[in-house]
Design a protein. Structure first.
Ligand code: ADE
Ligand code: ZN
Length: 320
């Protein structure tokens, strides 16, 4: 089995419909509007985000989140992963009336349990939600800077890319960067190349979530390659959300050939009927990646991981 690593998965988006139905039973909630026949129901990015928000409201305690993280990490380890970096959202915790501190401690406990069982290493990236606006994203940054946790090593922004401009979030990202958090940002998924350029100019990330629509602009692709910006590519997510019509049209091979640092991740696996294993299978089937090329993708992810040098060296040693 190819050794794998992923650096772009939203923890709330990793909850399976079966687990969410179990949580719904526990809290006496009705999830028939977002889950039918064991699958999430949505039709575009907006309705996806709605289903995601409704499902996340069924994780309400520290232990709920410990179980979610343990389940996701253990399953990913079973697929051959030695490392996972996942996005957390203190906004989602607060909406579910869970304190951010309990949320993060629950997730950290799940990480410890999974590591004990399988050896999988993991880190969290705190995020703000773009569609909630600059003040909310700044509040998310301020919270994590004021309440540092050793397993929260990065800051990023997810949510609806069609709203607001990257410059509006510059202060939030400065706050996080100045505190030593590593930076990634979603861009070039729902909006084209200009969105990626604006994110690079105003937020100065070392990685971009998706970034795939950079392919619309050759100069930008060269810039990404020259500056060594790492792309957190999630092909299954992109096809599910109709960012591209088919895997044959996906720009992963072109970005790779242009010298961009590309990695593979699952984004919100059960929402998009994918998994980290499936992402590697997609790359083998549709992008012509042999085992050596897939291993190089894993290496790129670990080289880009938001971990200390010692942990990174230990992970890289597992690849040889
Ligand atoms: N939050 C969860 N999944 C996302 C995605 N694919 N894009 C933006 N925000 C997200
Ligand atoms: Zn994402």
């Amino acid at each position: 089995m190819v050794i794998k690593a992923e650096i772009h998965c939203h923890i709330e988006g990793a909850a399976s419909p079966a687990l969410v139905e179990k949580q719904a039973q526990k809290y006496g909630a009705d999830v028939s509007a977002i889950i039918r026949d064991g699958s999430y129901v949505w039709s575009d990015f907006t309705t996806f985000l709605h289903a995601y928000d409704v499902a996340s409201m069924l994780f309400r305690t520290e232990e709920d989140y410990a179980q979610l993280a343990e389940t996701y990490l253990s399953e990913t380890a079973d697929q051959g992963a030695i490392y996972s970096e996942f996005f957390i959202s203190t906004d989602h915790a607060k909406t579910a009336s869970l304190s951010p501190a309990a949320y993060i401690e629950g997730l950290a406990e799940g990480m410890r349990r999974a590591r004990q069982k399988s050896g999988i290493e993991a880190r969290m990236i705190a995020t703000g939600l773009r569609h909630k606006g600059p003040e909310a994203v700044e509040e998310a940054a301020r919270y994590i800077v004021a309440n540092p946790h050793p397993l929260v090593t990065g800051f990023g922004m997810a949510g609806d890319e069609r709203m607001h401009h990257p410059r509006d979030f510059a202060r939030a990202f400065d706050i996080a960067r100045d505190a030593g958090l590593r930076i990634t940002v979603h861009a070039g998924e729902l909006v084209g190349a200009q969105s990626v350029r604006d994110a690079l100019d105003h937020l100065r990330p070392e990685r971009v979530g998706h970034g795939v629509r950079a392919i619309e602009d050759g100069d930008l692709v060269r810039r990404l390659a020259d500056e060594g910006v790492v792309l957190e590519v999630c092909p299954g997510s992109n096809i599910a959300l109709s960012v591209f019509p088919s895997f044959a049209d996906h720009p992963f091979p072109k970005l790779r050939e242009a010298g961009c640092k590309v990695t593979l991740s699952s984004d919100d696996p059960p929402f998009f009927h994918t998994s980290l294993e499936r992402e590697y299978e997609i790359a083998a089937t549709y992008f012509g990646m042999d085992e050596a090329a897939l291993m190089q993708t894993t290496r790129t992810a670990i080289e880009a991981a938001f971990v200390d040098a010692e942990t990174q060296a230990a992970l890289l040693a597992k690849l040889t």
